[in-house]
Design a protein around this ligand. Structure first.
Ligand code: NDP
Length: 442
């Protein structure tokens, strides 16, 4: 089957799912020559693009005004060839089947790259946590878990957080699971330290993405010291990417949210970042308030990609960086892009980065530190022990290094350029494909 025939089949079977089709297209294109050279894998990809199970359910809850509300809940159990399903939950009004299927598909390859035994899944709801009271969030989470609990379990499917699902939501979800099932197990990751969480899990995605950037820079005999870094988003991933970049000697000059970005040419140091953490995780305000407090520039309704920098780290959401943005970044001297978000660069942007041969890491490689540390949390839960901060961080660094090596192994072109997209797709695919072949027609 040619790439075109394959994609025609995917489009026919998954109408109105543009994000899912975009994610599949990228993988199919990069695996085409590899599968031609390794015919035993023919047919495996057809199976991989079909979720093992798709669960869609009603989530009824009552708001603070006493009104009856209905949201839609999802869990896409994409692939369990190499371990229990694993992947985050997203609560955002944009959530639909297409977005969750793209995320679940990417998650399968990402989890394989981590070297840990985890299958791939994703879930969530079109519920919007913005502006909701803690009580409303709790009622929603409890109702969501009333249904989800039937489908998950510590050895079956282990959800975590994603956009709109942080420590507060994981707490409410875990509490309800425990209440219904009468068991205290590692059924969710991203838990608080007091009840089974892992040190470094909140930091892991942002830290890991920075470690990956560092690995890429090393291939060009460079590092983060003195580099200007542009970051989008101001949520979990952006916050800890900012922290680690600063610790490693870089200067972060932007953060954003869905309303706009702040440009602080003096750099967002640890004291300013502490303000951002309080603003976003406690008072739940807008990034604009940072500009007021620190008297810097705020640009409404724009993304930060036209700001001059050496390194860019998109850490907000899918398709937030298009070809024009990519051109502006490169024209301004940016030579390294490490994605914290999932699929933040459009296909046109990715194509441009590769054409210009800059260091470009797709999210499935560079943001895998989050799920890897979730895997470490599962291990700690299983053995009922806690590892120290240093132990988890050392393991995280080791995993990011090994993902980088895997990408270099499979993605190095004849001229020496490392195509990390190719490397991540082949590296992630092989392990899952081998497991699927060994397990028969599953
Ligand atoms: P958070 O909810 O903590 O933060 C998300 C941030 O992105 C917020 O600043 C938010 O702004 C912004 N954002 C969300 N949607 C949009 C949008 N449509 N347009 C512009 N800005 C937007 O989520 P995370 O930090 O956890 O996740 C960020 C990205 O990282 C996602 O792509 C996620 O899939 C990916 N990821 C997360 C992992 C994790 O461990 N948390 C692991 C691997 C990947 P606002 O508040 O205005 O909505």
């Amino acid at each position: 089957m040619t790439v075109q025939q394959f994609m025609d089949m995917v489009i026919r079977k998954n109408p109105n799912e543009p994000e899912f089709i975009q994610a599949v297209q990228e993988v199919v294109e990069s695996l085409d020559a590899f599968i031609d050279d390794n015919p035993k894998y023919v047919g495996v990809l057809e199976r991989m693009v079909e979720p093992e199970r798709t669960i869609i359910f009603r989530v009824p809850w009552i708001n603070d005004k006493g009104e009856f509300c209905i949201n839609r809940g999802y869990r896409i159990e994409m692939n369990s060839a190499i371990g229990p399903y694993k992947g985050g939950l997203r609560f955002h009004p944009s959530v639909n089947l297409s977005i969750l299927k793209f995320l679940a598909f990417e998650q399968v390859l990402k989890n394989s790259l981590t070297t840990l035994p985890m299958g791939g899944a994703k879930g969530g709801s079109d519920f919007d946590p913005k502006g909701k009271s803690d009580l409303e969030i709790m009622k929603f989470c409890q109702s969501f878990m009333n249904e989800l609990q039937r489908h998950i379990g510590a050895s079956t499917d282990v959800p975590a957080g994603d956009i709109g699902v942080g420590g507060r939501e994981i707490g409410f979800l875990f509490g309800q699971y425990k209440r219904i099932r009468n068991e205290f197990t590692g059924v969710l990751t991203g838990k608080s330290l007091e009840w089974g969480g892992s040190l470094i899990r909140p930091e892991a995605t942002g830290y890991g993405c920075t470690y990956f950037a560092q690995e890429m820079l090393t291939t060009r005999h460079s590092d983060l010291k003195g580099k200007t870094v542009v970051i989008s988003g101001s949520g979990n991933v952006a916050q800890y990417a900012c922290e680690k970049v600063t610790q490693l000697g870089g200067k972060v000059v932007t953060l954003s949210d869905s309303n706009g970005y702040v440009y602080d040419k003096d750099g967002i140091d640890s004291e300013k970042l502490a303000f951002v953490l309080k603003l976003k995780n406690e008072t739940r305000g807008r990034i604009k308030e940072y500009a007021v407090k620190y008297n810097c520039e705020y640009v409404e309704d724009k993304t930060p990609w036209h700001v001059k920098c050496d390194i860019a780290m998109p850490c907000a959401t899918q398709n937030e960086l298009n070809r024009d943005d990519a051109m502006a970044l490169v024209a301004n001297g940016c030579f390294c892009v490490s994605e914290g978000a999932n699929m933040p660069s459009t296909p046109g942007a990715v194509e441009y980065f590769l054409e210009r041969k800059i260091l470009y890491a797709p999210g499935k490689a560079s943001n895998a530190g989050g799920v890897a540390t979730s895997g470490l949390e599962m291990t700690q839960n299983s053995i009922r022990l806690h590892w120290t901060r240093e132990e988890v961080d050392t393991e995280l660094k080791k995993i990011m290094k090994s993902i980088h090596e895997n990408c270099v192994k499979h993605g190095t072109k004849e001229d020496g350029y490392v195509d990390y997209v190719l490397g991540a797709n082949i590296g992630g695919f092989v392990k899952v494909a081998e497991a699927m072949l060994a397990q028969g027609l599953v």
